[in-house]
Write a protein that binds this ligand. Structure first.
Ligand code: NDP
Ligand code: 2IT
Length: 464
């Protein structure tokens, strides 16, 4: 029987949940640390939902949700520019398709392994559920490193990768997109090969270049969406808007650059960005045109920035605070981690709080470590977790799928309007859910319960 009452979460209930989660860890492999970090956060957040309604336990939802439907692993052989054969591993983790076709990005980075993709695929299930759109959760990629490769080598790798991947994807089955190391260039090559193999012009990938089926605004969508979410959260929490405020951003890729661009459009002053080599701090506001030239066209290190702006500071990784990241030690009103997982430590969180930061919005997937999130929540920082704040990218991917299926195109303004509405919808839903479960202002609890409930209720409705 559903009690209709939100139970108070006791220390005993948390301990019981922790013991159960520890038991789950034994079922999986050594690469699963990030996956457990993501899973533990979700499972601890949903205790009040579990206590309030026995149907989730009765239907074994947790045990069913933490195992991917399937993990596809394959070898990718390709020829480099020296005519030497190279071998990489390719993966697609199809996690859950209860709400729609499997959907989620492809990551090309040397750190990619099955565990990384399980963490990203698991997060993607709940993120996609939060959008309210009909998309399931998946993630894929390879340990291939596009950095330092010629366009021709990237093309040959993408063709070889798709020769295997095409067997498992389809516009109603699984629709990959970009992530770290996979942008419009890679999606273009992947789509070209898919067409050659299947003779079919399907919307089987999103983030395609506009001239062959891509959506207006998909490149901007994740970053713009993060800032739309942040504006709404600040409004709901009765905090000052971003206009005129100093902001810090990490990363210098697709998400970071479009967060920076939208911050400028709203009158904020983004003063940092970073890449894997170091951080730029430009107190007058970073030069977005130069950043795009360096990162999107020339694909070079951020160190080049100070050649044109010697008054800015370049802080190489070797000079970062011990166990921390230089970006988070610069005073700001709002912080936007947009590079990679676990980039914001407990020490970084302390520095942000001490320096008066009021808001942290995650553009990357799981960039804040659990201890950092605990500090943000304890100190009443407006904290927007990734699965809610960065959902604008995948939502716009779903808009691209709609346009491809209908053989139509929406204008930039139409997509922008839909993106804004989606981010406001997610933010409001997350805030209301947190309130409903006695965790007012806790967007981690709100996002995890709202996303989990949507998938779990559908799993129960469709049976096993
Ligand atoms: P890009 O490849 O465009 O950019 C990644 C940026 O992060 C680069 O500046 C890169 O530096 C830096 N970076 C990557 N890995 C590391 C690392 N291990 N240590 C330090 N810096 C690193 O990727 P995106 O901007 O697309 O993705 C960034 C984050 O946003 C990821 O967490 C991704 O999962 C998430 N995300 C992306 C979405 C999208 O639509 N693209 C949607 C939702 C979330 P360098 O250039 O030196 O490699
Ligand atoms: O993490 C993410 O949401 C993405 N990389 C985008 C996924 C997508 O299918 O657009």
């Amino acid at each position: 029987m559903k009690s209709n009452k939100i139970e108070v979460v006791t220390e005993e209930a948390v301990q019981r949940a922790k013991t159960a989660i520890a038991g789950l860890k034994n079922l999986n492999c050594a690469e699963d640390d990030l996956f457990f970090q993501a899973m533990e956060e979700v499972l601890l957040s949903i205790i009040p939902l579990y206590l309030s309604d026995p149907k989730y336990k009765k239907n074994s939802i947790i045990r069913r949700l933490i195992h991917p439907d399937r993990v596809i692993k394959f070898k990718v052989e390709w020829m480099d520019d020296n005519n030497e054969i190279q071998v990489n591993m390719g993966y697609r983790v199809q996690f859950n398709n209860t709400l729609g076709p499997y959907k989620g990005g492809l990551r090309f980075h040397p750190s990619v392994n099955e565990g990384v993709l399980k963490f990203l695929g698991f997060e993607q299930i709940l993120k996609n559920a939060l959008t309210g759109l009909p998309i399931g959760g998946a993630k894929g990629g390879s340990d291939f490193d596009p950095k330092g490769k010629s366009d021709f080598e990237v093309m040959k790798f993408c063709s070889a990768f798709m020769r295997e991947l095409h067997k498992y994807i389809g516009p109603r089955i699984d629709v990959p997109a970009g992530d770290i190391g996979v942008g419009a260039r890679e999606i273009g090559y992947l789509f070209g090969e898919y067409k050659k193999i299947t003779s079919s012009f399907d919307g089987v990938l999103t983030g395609k270049p506009f001239f062959f089926g891509g959506s207006r605004m998909r490149p901007e969508a994740t970053g713009y969406g993060v800032v739309y979410f942040t504006e709404k959260m600040l409004e709901l929490e009765q905090k000052e808007p971003l206009n005129g405020k100093i902001c810090v951003v990490s990363g210098a890729g697709n998400v970071a650059l479009h967060v920076i661009e939208k911050l400028y459009q709203l009158g904020a002053i983004p003063v940092t960005c970073s890449d894997s080599g170091g951080t730029i701090h430009d107190p007058r506001g970073v030069d977005i045109a130069l950043l795009k030239e360096l990162k999107e066209v020339q694909r070079v290190s951020l160190e080049e920035y100070i050649v044109q702006h010697p008054e800015a500071r370049y802080i190489p990784v070797a000079e970062y605070p011990k166990d921390g990241h230089a970006v988070w030690h610069i005073p700001c009103y709002a912080a936007f981690p947009c590079a990679t997982q676990n980039e914001l430590t407990q020490g970084d969180a302390k520095a942000l709080i001490q320096n008066g930061c009021m808001c942290v919005a995650e553009g990357a997937n799981m960039p804040s470590r659990s201890e950092a999130i605990d500090l943000f929540i304890e100190n009443k920082i407006c904290f927007a977790p990734a699965k809610a704040a960065n959902a604008g990218g995948v939502a716009t991917s779903a808009f691209e799928m709609s346009q491809n299926a209908g053989m139509i195109r929406w204008t930039f303004e139409e997509v922008d309007q839909k993106l804004k509405e989606t981010m406001v919808y997610i933010c409001t839903e997350v805030a209301n859910t947190a309130k409903e479960f006695s965790a007012d202002g806790n967007y981690v609890v709100g996002a995890n319960i709202a996303g989990f409930k949507r998938v779990a209720d559908a799993m129960i409705a469709e049976g096993i």
